[in-house]
Design a binder for this molecule. Structure first.
Ligand code: URA
Length: 433
């Protein structure tokens, strides 16, 4: 430690103390602490103390900008300016049944807008795009930068795992936040997400910021603050950014899991699918088209006339997947039924997500395997009338022990009442720079 103090420009204990008393850190201090933690000079226990002070005291706008810039500076920046078409990215803060990336990327590719979609794996009750796609036999998530560029040039889209070169400081910091209860803080989430998105180098970014029980910031006010902060960070760095605030109190669509979400996405690409999934796909597509300078293009026909489906098939095949292969099916199915007559007041996204996770569709720790066939079919929406004994959910998995634990969560997920529930809008707001 004495040696560290001799060569390093700041003392991390001073920074922790500054933040603990609610004072702002200087730009140079933030740049240093991010770099020093990445180099291993600042210890995990020191960094987690600083994170906790930030969770409690917050950060000012300049501090969040400095944190974002420091994480970007820790790695490479990509460049999509030579693709011959605009590159627009999309990010969702994640939810239950949120499979929008799957129909959206091929839809945009079919309309001449390239989408470099670097996606993640699921953790806890929320699913991950890569886990869903890995239920397609042969499909591989890891691509080199050259393979990504080739797909963006030839097909106009790619969905793959983020390489280790983008914002490596964020990867190390996020892993520590995950095990120290310091994820849920707007400055840390905003800088973490935007560092990767800015480093990715797209020409525009559309954010889908969720609120409601299935979101990791359930309060709409917190989601709005997160969206506003991310839009400002984008604007500050010259990345045109627009955010939609969308409801994640009920699961999106009927399918929650992995293979079943791929099937539902293919329904959307064939011109069908659940209304809410189609509505959100088209709303995000319109925002992306506007950022690409194509506000006059209507994305809807490309879902029904086969253009988006063609792009999907090419995207899957280019990553080794067989778009015609059968997807995994579970051996065991159980139906959860209504215990009485009534009107569905609520289908709690979080309880459904926890149910799917316990059935095996999700993982508790990074690196755990997932069961691609496990999942939940959601048969009711808020406002539906049901009779005692009507089916509410179908749970699917391959293990009796998991089935029992999944069903426990699903049984608590639907609230029945006698009046109509309050109306909720799927898209509750839009924030632009
Ligand atoms: N996703 C991220 O990439 N970072 C966060 O901090 C939270 C969610």
């Amino acid at each position: 430690m004495e040696q560290q103090r001799a060569v390093e420009p700041f003392d991390v204990v001073d920074l922790i103390t500054t933040k603990r008393f609610g004072r702002a850190l200087e730009r140079e201090e933030i740049a240093w602490v991010v770099d020093a933690f990445t180099r291993g000079v600042v210890a995990a226990e020191q960094m987690s103390a600083l994170f906790m002070a930030i969770v409690i005291q917050g950060m000012e706008r300049d501090e969040i900008t400095a944190m974002t810039e420091a994480m970007i500076a820790s790695g490479e920046r990509m460049d999509f300016t030579k693709l011959g078409r605009p590159a627009i990215d999309k990010h969702s803060t994640g939810g239950v049944g949120d499979k929008i990336t799957l129909p959206l990327v091929p839809l945009m590719a079919s309309l001449g807008v390239a989408v470099p979609q670097l996606s993640g794996r699921g953790l806890g009750h929320t699913g991950g795009t890569l886990d869903k796609l890995e239920s397609i036999p042969g499909w591989r998530a890891s691509l080199s930068n050259d393979e990504m560029i080739a797909m963006l040039t030839d097909i106009g889209g790619v969905i793959c795992a983020a390489g280790s070169g983008l914002a490596p400081a964020d990867r190390k910091m996020y892993a520590l936040r995950d095990v120290t209860g310091t994820v849920a803080a707007v400055p840390l989430i905003a800088s973490s997400i935007m560092s990767k998105k800015i480093a990715e180098g797209a020409g525009g970014l559309v954010l889908d910021v969720k609120f409601g029980s299935g979101a990791f910031l359930p309060a709409v006010a917190d989601a709005r603050e997160l969206a506003t902060t991310m839009v400002q960070l984008g604007a500050d760095s010259g990345l045109q950014t627009v955010a939609l605030l969308t409801d994640m109190d009920a699961p999106l669509g009927r399918a929650v899991g992995n293979a079943n979400e791929v099937r539902e996405s293919v329904e959307v690409l064939a011109g069908g699918g659940p209304r809410d999934v189609v509505e959100l796909t088209l709303a995000l597509a319109r925002e992306m088209l506007a950022l690409a300078g194509k506000a006059d293009v209507d994305p809807e026909p490309a879902l029904s006339d086969g253009r988006a489906m063609d792009a999907w098939r090419r995207l899957i095949a280019a990553q080794g997947g067989d778009p015609d292969a059968s997807l995994p099916e579970a051996n065991e199915h159980e139906t959860v039924r209504a215990e009485r007559d009534g009107t569905v007041q609520r289908v709690d996204a979080r309880a459904v997500g926890v149910g799917a996770w316990r059935l095996g569709a999700g993982r508790a720790r990074p690196g755990d395997p997932v069961d691609h066939a496990a999942g939940v079919e959601v048969l009711v929406r808020p406002g539906d009338r049901v009779r005692a004994g009507d089916p509410l959910f179908i749970a699917a998995c391959d293990s009796a022990g998991r089935m029992a634990r999944g069903l426990d969560s699903l049984r608590s997920a639907v609230q029945l009442g006698d009046s109509a529930p309050p109306t909720r809008q799927l898209i509750a707001g839009r924030i632009a720079g």
